[in-house]
Design a binder for this molecule. Structure first.
Ligand SMILES: [Zn+2]
Length: 250
């Protein structure tokens, strides 16, 4: 690290759990964030400000004025712009050293597989079941740690699936692909603004811990928040040997 970096990251370097070595590790790490909306905004801002060296952001959506209530990476001037480009610009304005790649597309199929293969950690900040399943399947295949968040109304959840570990459950062990839920979307259901900030920030925290090897992480424990009462509950997530996505890899 040069003098500018030692200064910029000094409050991380002061932490025994991080130090010079950990910060160097972050600087040489690559995070993939799928979705640059309510969850992706704080996740990208924290990973960028914390010095994750490479961040790839993917989103095919454009910023709408109804997003500004909670999607804090975007501002009024970004309305009509692609969200991945808008969020990447914001991260770059905070930390110009981050190598940012903005993909103005819905990541799926081969493109998704390629991006997952290139990443050290994957953050699922999307809002639909099919995409979540596709991201999980790619993470299982490429053995990449996955940090998955969701928020609607006053309810949220966050889970970590550390697929570098063969004994880890995957997202589909908990949510089987065959049980397609009724899609509930912010557009019709509403979402409490800071809820996505809480969960997106936790996704950034767990992603940094996975990159740094600080533990235990949330792997194997789904955390659920009811923000009306601000109560968390936890669900143990066992690996399902018959899981159609990860069951065959052992
Ligand atoms: Zn599984």
């Amino acid at each position: 690290m040069n003098d500018d970096q030692l200064l910029r990251y000094s409050r991380h370097i002061l932490l025994d759990e991080i130090g010079d070595e950990g910060q160097e590790r972050l600087l040489s790490s690559h995070a993939l964030i799928v979705g640059a909306g309510g969850l992706g905004s704080p996740a990208a801002l924290y990973l960028g400000s914390a010095g994750v060296g490479r961040i790839t952001l993917a989103d095919d959506d454009v910023v709408d004025v109804t997003n500004l209530q909670r999607q804090i990476a975007h501002d009024l001037a970004a309305v009509g712009r692609n969200k991945a480009l808008s969020a990447a610009d914001r991260v770059g304005s905070i930390n110009p050293e981050v190598q940012l790649q903005a993909l103005a597309q819905r990541l799926e199929g081969q493109a998704l597989a390629e991006q997952v293969a290139l990443a050290d950690v994957v953050l699922d900040c999307t809002d639909n079941f099919a995409t979540r399943q596709a991201i999980n399947a790619a993470c299982v295949r490429h053995r990449k740690p996955l940090v998955s968040g969701a928020a609607i109304r006053f309810d949220a959840q966050i889970g970590v699936y550390d697929l570098r570990d063969a004994q880890s459950p995957c997202y589909a062990c908990l949510f089987p692909p065959s049980q397609v839920p009724e899609e509930v979307r912010c557009a019709v259901m509403g979402v409490f603004a800071p809820l996505v900030g809480i969960v997106g920030s936790m996704q950034a925290a767990e992603a940094l811990k996975l990159l740094l090897g600080i533990g235990p992480t949330l792997a194997g424990r789904l955390q659920m928040l009811d923000a009306r009462s601000m109560r968390w509950s936890e669900l143990k997530v066992p690996r399902q040997p018959a899981c159609p996505v990860c069951g065959g890899r052992h």
